[in-house]
Structure formats: structure tokens, C-alpha cells
Design a protein around this ligand. Structure first.
Ligand code: SAM
Length: 347
């Protein structure tokens, strides 16, 4: 599943879309797909592109939903700012005073410019910020003023074939070509005192994340089948029409991970209430999670994948794969169509 459907996002399901596809196959007769914790949009986007579902995409974080809205509506405002360098000072001003900025802008700054997309900490360490900024200006604007004034880059020569490429037209080509050349320069510095510092500059995360934003714009169509919301999951669920929507819907949940304080929103997430709702709702609900209360059993994907493995892999690799599989829990409601895997493993 090489195509991407969402932005770079902490906890993104981009890598397990095959598993999500299994849900689509079971529930293809439904009309609505409700993604209650949409985050970086990968599952909602995948549903739009891969199925005929009407997609209801929701997340309590108004900034990230604002960013999706901005991108999906053409991204003109984002285009005006996305090449700018965002300093630590500006990042913190946006993070601490979000009400002073547009929601989509807060979503952009806090996702693209935060460490590990954690929406809280600035992307680059304090001692790297100026060096990264110098690289950013050289790659994006072909402006070498900061590189030339910085001893750590002494001896770095980027050929004209690369500097003349217009970043705005060919962002990925320019970034990759520039960084390859820069990495060769770093290798040549081995043994010098600057070497370790330079090695920490081998990636320009802000540029790869910024380029990845274009994915949604390019890969997502069928917007007439999409509705975006920024509500608490329970409020949205309670507000949806029982006969018109919920009876003909498959509900997908990817809530924040338990035991970790990670998202800007959802730190006080009530897991007990959530699982109680999962048990009692009369509608088909699927949950991606690493854990659940003891009485709730996952659909056993790890078993399916290991049993279907062709046996060429070493045991160690199979174990690694098993560990990487996130569980899917189904509340047993609705009337899904058994897939080939369901029939094979008698689910
Ligand atoms: C694991 S992430 C979802 C990732 C998403 N499936 C993807 O592929 O990018 C969990 C999301 O739950 C959201 N969230 C936390 N509490 C929420 C609530 N009460 N209602 C709705 N969304 C909530 C967070 O903002 C976060 O984006």
C-alpha cells in the first residue's frame, strides 16, 4: 500500500491501511464510514479513495481539522506561508496563543514544526536551529548568505545543476539532490570536530513533512462524499441520526493511546466510558488499539498474518512482524459480509 492519504501525524495509520481495507471489505454494504478520531486523515482519505462510502471524518483537534480543510479547499493561504522558516520563538508563540492565529495555521505550525509531530515541542534542538535554518534558506530560496557566514559549512559546494532547480516547482527533487550532495560533504568531514554536529543535520524534517502535505491535495478526490467535524467523539455520535445514518454506518475508532500523554487534545480521555459505549452500542464499531479491557477480544490479525506467511522468513522476522500488528477490535454488531480471511479463520 504505497500511496499516502494523510499528513505526517503522530499515531498515523498510514502503515496499516491493509488492515483498514479488511474492514472496508467486511462492511462494503454500508453507506457511511465514520472516522471518529481522524487525526492526520490517512484512514478517512483511504476510505474516500478506496470505497464508495460517504465519509464522516472527525477529530476534536480543531487545528488539525482546520489544516485538512485548508488543504482540501485548495491550500492558497498555506501556499503563502509554507516556504517560510518557522523559528522556535514563533513556534512557541503559536503554541501558547493559538487564538491569535487561524486554526489551519496553528495546525500547520504545530504538526510540521514539532518534534515527532507531538504538537508541543519545537522540531529542532536549540543548538541546531541556526544551522538548519541556513540549509533551509539554501534549499528553498537558493539563498546561501547564512551558509557562507557559518564556519561549520566551510568547504560545502553545491553544483549549479542543483542550485538552479526551482524548489517551489520540484520540491522533492531539489531536496533530495541537495541533501545527497550535503551528505557527501559530511562524509568528507569525518575526523574533524564539526563531524558529529553535521551528522545531526542529515535530515531536513520540516521539508519532508511540508512536501508530504501536498499528498492530501494530490491524492484526495471525491470531496462531495466527505464531511469534516471537529467535535468530541461522543457528542458527534449522539448528534448523528439513528435511522438515517447510524443504522447504515460502520464506525471506525483510533483513540489516543492509553497510558501516554501525547496529544494536544485528549489527555483526559475517558477510556472506561469509551469501552462501555463500544460494548453497548447497537451499531458496528471497529477500534484500532494496542489494548482493551479483558472481556474484549481482538480480531486475530497476527495469527492470520503468520499463518499466511509463506515460510521463507526467519522466525525472528515473523516475531517482529507480529509485534508490529496493532489489534482491531469489533463489537460484534451489524451484519458484515465475511471476507476470504474470515472464512479461512472462521471469524
Ligand atoms: C491515534 S490518533 C488518530 C490517528 C489517525 N487515525 C491517523 O491515521 O492519522 C488519535 C486522535 O484522537 C484525537 N482525540 C483525542 N480525544 C478525542 C475526543 N474526545 N474526541 C475526538 N477525537 C479525539 C486526537 O486529537 C488524535 O488526533
Amino acid at each position: 500500500m504505497s500511496k499516502r492519504y494523510g499528513i505526517v501525524y503522530m499515531g498515523s495509520k498510514e502503515k496499516i491501511l491493509d488492515t483498514i481495507d479488511y474492514i472496508f471489505q467486511r462492511e462494503y454494504q454500508k453507506k457511511y464510514f465514520i472516522d471518529l478520531f481522524a487525526g492526520g486523515f490517512s484512514v478517512s482519505g483511504f476510505a474516500l479513495q478506496r470505497t464508495k462510502f460517504e465519509v464522516i471524518s472527525n477529530d476534536i483537534n480543531p487545528y488539525v481539522m482546520g489544516l485538512h480543510r485548508e488543504i482540501l479547499s485548495g491550500g492558497q493561504d498555506l501556499e503563502q506561508v509554507k516556504y517560510d522558516w518557522i523559528s522556535r520563538e514563533h513556534f512557541e508563540a503559536v503554541r501558547d496563543n493559538p487564538e491569535k492565529f487561524d486554526n489551519w495555521y496553528v495546525g500547520y505550525v504545530l504538526n510540521v514544526w514539532s518534534f515527532g509531530c507531538n504538537q508541543k515541542d519545537y522540531l529542532y534542538a536549540k543548538d541546531l536551529e541556526n544551522d538548519k535554518k541556513a540549509l533551509h534558506h539554501a534549499i528553498v530560496f537558493n539563498d546561501f548568505t547564512l551558509i557562507n557566514g557559518n564556519l561549520i559549512f566551510e568547504g560545502l559546494n553545491i553544483p549549479e545543476t542543483i542550485t538552479t532547480v526551482d524548489f517551489k516547482k520540484y520540491p522533492n527533487t531539489k531536496r533530495l539532490a541537495f541533501m545527497n550532495c550535503f551528505k557527501s560533504f559530511i562524509k568528507r568531514q569525518e575526523g574533524y570536530t564539526s563531524y558529529e554536529q553535521l551528522r545531526r543535520m542529515e535530515q531536513m524534517e520540516n521539508l519532508s513533512q511540508m512536501i508530504h502535505l501536498g499528498v492530501i491535495k494530490r491524492n484526495i478526490t471525491h470531496l462531495d462524499r466527505l464531511c469534516l467535524f471537529e467535535m468530541d467523539w461522543k457528542e458527534l455520535y449522539n448528534g448523528l441520526d439513528q435511522n438515517g445514518i447510524l443504522n447504515d454506518a460502520v464506525i471506525y475508532c483510533d483513540p489516543p493511546y492509553e497510558d501516554t500523554k501525547q496529544y494536544q487534545f485528549g489527555e483526559d480521555f475517558n477510556y472506561e466510558e469509551f469501552w462501555e459505549w463500544f460494548r453497548n452500542s447497537p451499531h458496528a464499531i471497529y477500534v484500532s488499539s494496542y489494548k482493551a479491557p479483558e472481556d474484549i477480544q481482538p480480531i486475530n490479525f497476527a495469527l492470520k498474518q503468520v499463518n499466511l506467511d509463506n515460510g521463507n522468513r526467519s522466525n525472528e522476522r515473523i516475531t517482529k512482524k507480529k509485534k508490529a500488528v496493532e489489534n482491531i477490535y469489533w463489537n460484534g454488531k451489524g451484519n458484515p459480509s465475511p471476507t476470504f480471511l474470515d472464512q479461512l479463520f472462521n471469524i
